[in-house]
Design a protein around this ligand. Structure first.
Ligand code: FAD
Length: 317
C-alpha cells in the first residue's frame, strides 16, 4: 500500500515508522531482524531501507595497492523483499541517482514492481567519499528531480527507449527528501524549497525531512513549504543523539544545528550511557510536540540501533 494511503487511512493519527541501513556485506540479515523485532509492536505501516553509495577500497597486491570500486552495504531490494515477507509490512527502498545509470535504475524499478513494492524514495545521494562535490554517474541522473521524472514516466508505461502500452503499469508512490535547515549545497533555504517544489510538481507524493533537533525548524519549514504551494505530506525524520561524538559528527555530516540546551545536557554527561538517556529524553519531547501538532508520521533514523527508538516509541505511541 502507498505511504500516502497509509496516511489517509490513519485519519489524522500519527503513524510510527523508521529507517534501517543494510548490514555490511558478509554479515547476516538476522542482525537486522534483531533490530527490527523490538519495534514491530508499534505497528509501523512502512519501513525505509537505505541504499549506500559505492566506494573505493584499496587491496594490497604484493605491495602494490589495487583500487577497486565496491558497495559495502548492498542488498537494499533483497532486504525490502525479506522484510515484507517476514513481517507483512510495506517497505520503501531508497533509489539513488549516484552510482546508477538510468538503465540500472529502470531494472531496479522493474524489480520493485514485480516484488509488489508500492513506494520508493527518490534521492540524489551524496558525493562519494573521495569527491568534494556530487558528480553524476556516466549515464545517470544529476538531480533527484530527474529521478522523479523517470519514475513517473515508468508509471505511465514510458520506459527509457520505448513506450509500452500495457494495463500493468507501475504506480509508485514517490517520496523525496526535504531539509528544514536547507541542503548543504543550496545557496538559501528559499532556493532549496523551490527545488523541493520542483520535485513535487514533477510527481513526488510526499516528503521526508532530514533530521533536526529543534522542532521550530520543522514547523517553519512546513509553513514556508505550504506558502510556496507544496501541499503533499511532510514527514518529520528524527534521530536521538546516542553518543557524545554525535555533537560534532551530526552537524558535520548532515549540516544540522544542535540546540544549546541539548549541547549542555550532553556535555554534562559522565559517560555515553548518560548521553544516550539525554538523547532519548530529548527525542521523546520532540516526538510528543510533533505528534500534538498532528504530523502524519514520526519517522525515526534508527541507524541499526533499536533500543533507544523503542524507549522513545513506548512513551509516544
Ligand atoms: P536533490 O533534490 O537533487 O538536491 C541536491 C542539491 O541540488 C540541493 O542543494 C538542491 O537545492 C540542488 N538542486 C536540486 N535541483 C537542482 C537544479 N535543477 N539545479 C541546481 N540545483 C539543484 N543518501 C544516500 O546515499 N542513501 C540514502 O538511502 C539516503 N536516504 C536519505 C533519506 C532522507 C529522508 C534524506 C533527507 C536524505 C537521504 N540521503 C541518502 C542523503 C541525500 O542523498 C543527500 O542529502 C543528497 O546530498 C541530496 O539528495 P536529494 O535527493 O535531496 O537531492
Amino acid at each position: 500500500m502507498k505511504v500516502t494511503d497509509h496516511i489517509k487511512q490513519a485519519k489524522g493519527n500519527t503513524l510510527f515508522s523508521f529507517e534501517i541501513i543494510p548490514p555490511v556485506k558478509g554479515k547476516s540479515i538476522q542482525e537486522l531482524y534483531d533490530s527490527i523485532d523490538p519495534l514491530m509492536e508499534f505497528k509501523p505501516p512502512f519501513i525505509d531501507v537505505t541504499t549506500s553509495r559505492e566506494e573505493y577500497v584499496y587491496l594490497d597486491r604484493d605491495g602494490l595497492l589495487d583500487k577497486k570500486l565496491t558497495r559495502m552495504r548492498p542488498g537494499t531490494l533483497g532486504i525490502c523483499a525479506s522484510i515484507t515477507h517476514k513481517y507483512n509490512v510495506d517497505t520503501v527502498p531508497h533509489v539513488l541517482c549516484g552510482g546508477f545509470t538510468k538503465e540500472e535504475t529502470e531494472y531496479l524499478l522493474v524489480d520493485c514492481h514485480y516484488l509488489g513494492i508500492d513506494n520508493v524514495m527518490a534521492l540524489r545521494g551524496d558525493a562519494m567519499k573521495e569527491e568534494k562535490y556530487f558528480s553524476a554517474t556516466n549515464g545517470g541522473h544529476q538531480f533527484a528531480s530527474d529521478l522523479v521524472s523517470q519514475i513517473q514516466d515508468l508509471n505511465k508505461g514510458n520506459y527509457l527507449h520505448e513506450v509500452i502500452e500495457t494495463d500493468n503499469c507501475a504506480d509508485f508512490c514517490i517520496g523525496v527528501a526535504g531539509y528544514p535547515e536547507k541542503h548543504m549545497e543550496a545557496p538559501s533555504l528559499k532556493s532549496d524549497l523551490k527545488r523541493l517544489k520542483h520535485k513535487v510538481d514533477l510527481g513526488a507524493d510526499y516528503v521526508v525531512t532530514q533530521m533536526f533537533f529543534d522542532n521550530k525548524k520543522y514547523f517553519e519549514f512546513v509553513d514556508e513549504a505550504r506558502k510556496m504551494g507544496i501541499t503533499v505530506p511532510i514527514i518529520p525524520g528524527i534521530k536521538p543523539i546516542a553518543v557524545r561524538r554525535h555533537l560534532h559528527l551530526l552537524p558535520q555530516v548532515f549540516r544540522v544545528d544542535i540546540p544549546e540546551d541539548l549541547i549542555e545536557a550532553v556535555e554534562g554527561c559522565k559517560n555515553n550511557k548518560e548521553v544516550r538517556q539525554v538523547g532519548v529524553e530529548w527525542c521523546i519531547e520532540q516526538s510528543k510536540e510533533l505528534k500534538d501538532a498532528g504530523v502524519p508520521v514520526l519517522h525515526y533514523y534508527s541507524m541499526g540501533k533499536s533500543d533507544n527508538i523503542k524507549a522513545i516509541a513506548k512513551e509516544v505511541f
